[in-house]
Every structure is written in structure tokens, then in C-alpha cells.
Write a protein that binds this ligand. Sequence first.
Ligand SMILES: [Zn+2]
Ligand SMILES: [Zn+2]
Length: 226
Amino acid sequence: MKCLNCGNPINNNLTIREIFLFKEIIPNYMCNLCRQELAPLVGRNNCPRCMKPESEGICSDCRLWEQKFGIINCHQALFEYNRFIHSYFKLYKRYGDVLLARLFYQDIKNWSLKNHFDVVTYIPASPGHLQARGFDPVYELYTDIFELQQLLVKADADKPQAQKNRLERLETPQTFSALPTIEQIPKNQHILILDDIYTTGRTLMHAHDIFLSAGFKNISTFSLSR
Ligand SMILES: [Zn+2]
Ligand SMILES: [Zn+2]
């Protein structure tokens, strides 16, 4: 198999354990050279609510969300946003290479096997973005791994998030609304909301707020990068 990012061959040598225990073999689409460019977040003195690395306790963003919305953030992410992640999302989202959706398959799949939720939903692309890109990047990133339900719709914004500075991002008003199917879900269900990148947390906080307002209590969020 070849690395989806750079085309180098990938050696997927099975361990004795995998062969004899008939463990599910999770495909890997990334070579070791590319993998070395990643900065995993696990075990780095993270904010306990959002996994911001090296934050020594609850970070200021998470405190803000609690004050402003009464939201106790419950977020997990896998990799720090760095140069590799930046160029990955540029190729995947800006240049629209949908095949790259599977580059992190193994990492996300492993996380999904250790964390259990009743309902898994995602941050959908706005209609304008969907039309311009031809695919929904968050949906494609996770659809092979989770049984995704679309429960939110996103209105087209005046300016894309990527073109906003930090303050503008924090000030962005609510752009999500709930689909009627949300009403059919029992309120005691544990909800997971997926996004691709977590920057200020604004987008996921808005999505979180929709579920909170709809009466759900157990809400978690996840992003590939933070
Ligand atoms: Zn590679
Ligand atoms: Zn935090």
C-alpha cells in the first residue's frame, strides 16, 4: 500500500498478536515519514476540557465558554495543529482532494474503538461551501468510521472562518440550527459532535449549545486537530 499523502510505500507488517488473536486489522494509509511530522496531543499537560497542550489546568477559552454559555467543554482531539496538519487540510479542503479523507483513518478508528457514544453527528458544510467544493469535508473524514446522523444545518456565513482573526472568530454569531429529527432522540443519549479542526472552539460551542438548548445533558465533541 502507498501513503496517501506522499506516495511512499507503507509496510504493514502484522504482529504475531494480530495474526493469532484474529484482531481486527485497521488499515493504515500513512507512511512512517509522514507520521513523524505529527504532534500527538495525548499526555502533554493538556487542558482537561479541550486538550489544549501545555495549558496547566483549565484554559482561558474553556473558562470563557463556561461563563458565556454555561458550557462545560468536553472535547478530545488527536493532533496539534502544525505545519503538516496545515498542508494536509489545504490539500484536502482547499484543493478538494477527497481521497485524502482516509489519511488519518487508523488514528480516528482507534480512538472510536475506545470511546463510546449513542449518537454521532458532525459539523456540516454550509450549502455554499458544499456547492463550491463538491463534498462535505467533515462528513467524508468520519463517515467510514462512525454511523453519522446529520442533525445540524449551517447557514452560509458572511466571511469564511479561515479569513477571520481570533477576535472575529470568537464574536461570530450562531450559524447552526437543528433538524427536526433531533426531537426524536431521547434526551439521555450521549451525543458526540465531530469537527475537523478546533481553533477557538467557537464552532463546536455553537453546535454544543444547540444540543444543550434541545435538552441534552451528555454532550462531547471531537476534532482531528486542535
Ligand atoms: Zn507519507
Ligand atoms: Zn480548554
